[in-house]
Design a protein around this ligand. Structure first.
Ligand code: ADP
Length: 477
């Protein structure tokens, strides 16, 4: 049997909740019923015991205080009790050695052997009150045994008892009532439990159906909140937040695909156009050479772009492996300063990598080198001749702070929050001429984050920019 939603009947949550409910109900009922049964039985037996004690007192009074013949008194007592219907009395009087002195006629119904040890104990003053089951009879007997002194003449043992018929009937009635009530309560409880389970799980069906309908084409849709601020509302909010994240990353992916296609297509179409033009008529060798040299430049650009894209996709899929080792940051920056100085001077820029504090961080040598290379390279790209670039390293508590400051063109404040986005360029056409595609800073940011650090920028148009990278120092420092 299975529901229309494709979940097997016995696997459905409402069925499971109802079954648990029934099980709990049955167990609780059994415990409560057993407890009440035991309590009532105990109470009824106590009542019978009280009755027997009263009866014994009356019997003792009759036989011990009278001056009449003992046998005559017994006979009279037997006649008195013979009419009792609900609590018929059974009695027997024994000598302390166990010989029967007197017995009611009905006592023969009870098979109650005389136990010598008990007799001795009774003689010593112990009282016994026992339930005696007779084979073949439904109703047991309750018998009280006690010592009795008859008119200060002799000691004897009296056993006085009654049938526990009333207890059997009362308990039978009680059980019958309970056993009739339980199935009714069970049916009502099951229906109630089932309705309750279905009612509380109904929003889940909505969540399942609504979530199913959301695909890549309608990621803008959201599940309706029930405004009840319960667990299911929280679930809806969580799913909505997840859809929002998916929507955001889908948008970014689409944008990225569009940007990548654009970046690849432009140089390829340009190269193709040039090649067609070259082939349209025979040309001098020099022209071919110049064209091929441009192609190599273009292909270098494309290779760099593809390398950057591969790297970013590795970052995204967590496939980029970092080889973390202690790295002397001051040394790394001085070496980079040396390396870039010639290039900067060639552009008429003064580059200084001044006095630096010793600072060791744990990081990946290649990636950290790439991070600072990108920043210095940008500083050179965006600083006109006559400007200067300063590379500095400071220590602040447990953080190493590297700053790369230039006196270049600067970044408009509205743009500075976007420059770390993929393919973002402040001035697309102008920045392209400088050989970039807008991926450098996103790579820098990823590297800084992967090293548990961050990267910040402060910039003023026309005055220059300052990029600050913070990296945690190695703990032994
Ligand atoms: P690109 O490869 O195009 O340089 P980046 O991601 O490295 O891309 O930088 C993104 C944009 O940020 C650049 O196109 C540029 O407009 C701006 N930018 C980065 N560094 C500087 C800087 N030092 N001075 C001015 N603008 C900068």
């Amino acid at each position: 049997m299975s529901s229309k939603k494709g979940i097997k009947f016995y696997k459905r949550t409402d069925v499971k909740i109802t079954l648990w409910y029934i099980l709990t109900f049955i167990v609780t009922t059994i415990i409560i019923f057993s407890f009440m049964y035991i309590r009532i039985r105990h109470h009824l037996i106590k009542e019978i015991d009280r009755f027997l004690k009263d009866e014994l007192r009356e019997f003792s009074f009759k036989v011990s205080e009278t001056s009449r013949d003992f046998k005559w008194v017994i006979k009279e007592y037997e006649e008195d009790i013979v009419e009792r219907e609900y609590y018929p009395i059974y009695f027997r009087v024994l000598n302390t050695d166990g010989t029967v002195v007197a017995t009611s006629k009905n006592f023969a119904e009870i098979i109650y052997p005389i136990d010598q040890e008990k007799l001795r104990n009774i003689g010593g003053g112990t009282r016994y009150i026992e339930t005696v089951k007779v084979p073949g009879r439904k109703t047991p007997f309750r018998i009280l045994s006690s010592r009795l002194t008859v008119a200060e003449k002799f000691d004897c043992v009296v056993q006085i008892g009654t049938r526990m018929e009333s207890i059997r009937k009362s308990l039978g009635n009680f059980s019958e009532n309970i056993l009739t009530a339980i199935p009714i309560a069970l049916v009502l409880g099951t229906i109630g439990g089932w309705l309750l389970a279905r009612r509380s799980l109904a929003p889940i069906a909505y969540i399942t159906e609504a979530t199913k309908k959301i695909t890549a084409t309608n990621l803008g849709e959201r599940l309706r909140s029930r405004q009840s601020d319960d667990e299911l509302d929280h679930l809806i909010a969580t799913i909505n937040a997840m859809i929002a994240r998916l929507e955001e990353s889908f948008k970014r992916m689409n944008q990225l695909t569009a940007d990548v296609s654009h970046e690849l297509r432009t140089p390829i179409s340009a190269m193709r156009g040039e090649a067609e033009l070259l082939l349209s008529k025979p040309r001098p060798t020099g022209e071919y050479r110049r064209a091929l040299a441009t192609y190599i430049e273009q292909l270098d650009f494309l290779t760099r772009l593809i390398d950057d894209l591969i790297l970013l996709s590795k970052f995204d899929s967590n496939e980029a492996r970092l080889t973390m080792i202690p790295i002397k940051l001051d040394k790394l920056l001085i070496n980079l300063g040396e390396f870039f100085r010639a290039l900067a001077e060639h552009k008429g820029i003064k580059l200084t990598a001044g006095k630096m504090k010793h600072a060791t961080v744990v990081g990946d040598q290649t990636r950290l080198q790439q991070l600072f290379t990108n920043l210095i390279d940008n500083a050179i790209k965006f600083t006109p001749s006559g400007g200067r670039i300063d590379i500095a390293l400071q220590k602040e508590r447990d953080v190493a702070k590297v700053s790369i400051k230039d006196t270049g063109i600067g970044i408009p404040s509205a743009e500075s929050e976007h420059i770390f986005e993929r393919f973002y360029q402040v001035d697309k056409s102008r920045d392209k001429e400088r050989g970039g595609v807008g991926l450098g800073l996103s790579i820098c940011q990823w590297i800084a984050t992967a090293h548990h650090g961050n990267i910040e920028v402060k910039s003023e148009v026309g005055k220059g920019s300052r990029f600050a990278v913070s990296l945690p120092l190695m703990t032994e420092e």
